[in-house]
Design a protein around this ligand. Structure first.
Ligand code: PBG
Length: 324
């Protein structure tokens, strides 16, 4: 049989496949999310995220050192606020001695090279479990934005490299950018959760921080998963307002959005391989229905192939071990 072209030539063995691979994962691709709790010597395995832990700050620092040693250069930190600090203003979110602020300082001090990204949203601090301030059963936009500005400035003050607003209020990127500029924090960047969808896949994360909404859902601020064009609108507005990095979240059911955003912007794009995506792989692997290591690599490569320059993932450490 005569064939003009034989595509299988480039798939013939592992060496040739590696030579022509278009997408290669490296430790520089990953952002490792970390959940921090008060106390000492505490390591709590999150029931819906087997193999992932919420740790006290002392053990978190050990973990960050380990991440740094294997080549991971950025972390995204979340704290679990004590119930007695929660209210409807979020005031604990900008407490200079709060767990977040203490964590930023301690981690910076222990591992100065690590890029520290911090979650900016009120939900861990909200008695209602919402990302903003609640009035008459609604999440009010402008007052929430004022709170988020104070929160971002306090993270910058503590030494955060990048603040990451995950709340989806309108106008928050511009306001945070202005707040940072006016207060002299000209080296603090913003990674905007620009296209963040209202997703059922956040469930395990809300277990990790005990931050599930007390009433209703997040559909009046997070995006409708039916929408694609809106993702571009949100992202372009965030860039205009001052975002240094934009994010699409979740990742796996949104690979089309990652690609569209990547094609539309001139800033780095990140994607968040979220808690529910982690839980699905873990659950199937536990049942013996999927090979976990292969699922991790295929998933993360697909997210990068879709256009993500950076991937926030609970598999960061596993992935680095698998690729090295
Ligand atoms: C809170 C926040 C959430 C996540 C990151 N920041 C949850 C939510 O919006 O309800 C989800 C991360 C994950 O599921 O892994 N603003």
């Amino acid at each position: 049989m005569y064939l003009q072209r034989r595509n299988r030539i480039l798939r013939n063995n592992a060496s040739i496949r590696s030579l022509v691979a278009e997408t290669v994962l490296t430790p520089n691709d990953f952002i490792a999310p970390l959940f921090i709790d008060e106390g000492e010597n505490i390591s709590f395995e999150i029931p819906s995220m087997p193999g992932y832990y919420r740790r006290s700050l002392d053990l978190t620092i050990r973990e960050v050192e380990e991440l740094w040693d294997i080549g991971i250069k950025s972390i995204l930190i979340f704290v679990k606020a004590k119930d007695e600090t929660k209210d409807n203003t979020g005031v604990e979110a900008w407490n200079p001695d709060g767990l977040m602020q203490r964590s930023i300082k301690a981690i910076k001090n222990a591992v100065p090279g690590m890029v520290i990204m911090t979650d900016v949203a009120l939900d861990p601090y909200s008695s209602y479990g919402h990302d903003g301030i609640v009035k008459d059963g609604e999440i009010v936009n402008d007052e929430t934005v004022e709170a988020l500005v104070k929160m971002s400035i306090s993270h910058a003050q503590a030494g955060a490299d990048i603040v990451a607003p995950s709340d989806m209020m309108d106008g928050r990127i511009g306001a945070i950018h202005e707040g940072l500029e006016k207060n002299g924090f000209t080296k603090t960047g913003i990674m905007a959760y620009s296209a963040k969808y209202a997703s059922c896949f956040y469930g395990p994360f809300r277990d990790a921080l005990d931050s599930a909404p007390g009433f209703g859902d997040k559909k009046t601020y997070q995006m409708d998963y039916a929408n694609r064009i809106e993702a571009i609108k949100e992202t372009l507005m965030d860039i205009e307002e001052g975002a240094d990095i934009v994010m699409v979240k979740p990742a796996l059911a949104y690979l089309d959005i990652i690609r569209e955003v990547k094609n539309a912007v001139d800033v780095p794009v990140s994607a968040y391989n979220i808690s529910g995506e982690y839980a699905m792989v873990k659950a199937a692997a536990k049942m013996g229905w999927l090979n976990e290591d292969k699922a991790i690599l295929e998933t993360l490569t697909a997210i990068k192939r879709a256009g993500a320059d950076l991937i926030a993932t609970y598999f960061a450490k596993d992935a680095v071990k698998l690729i090295s």
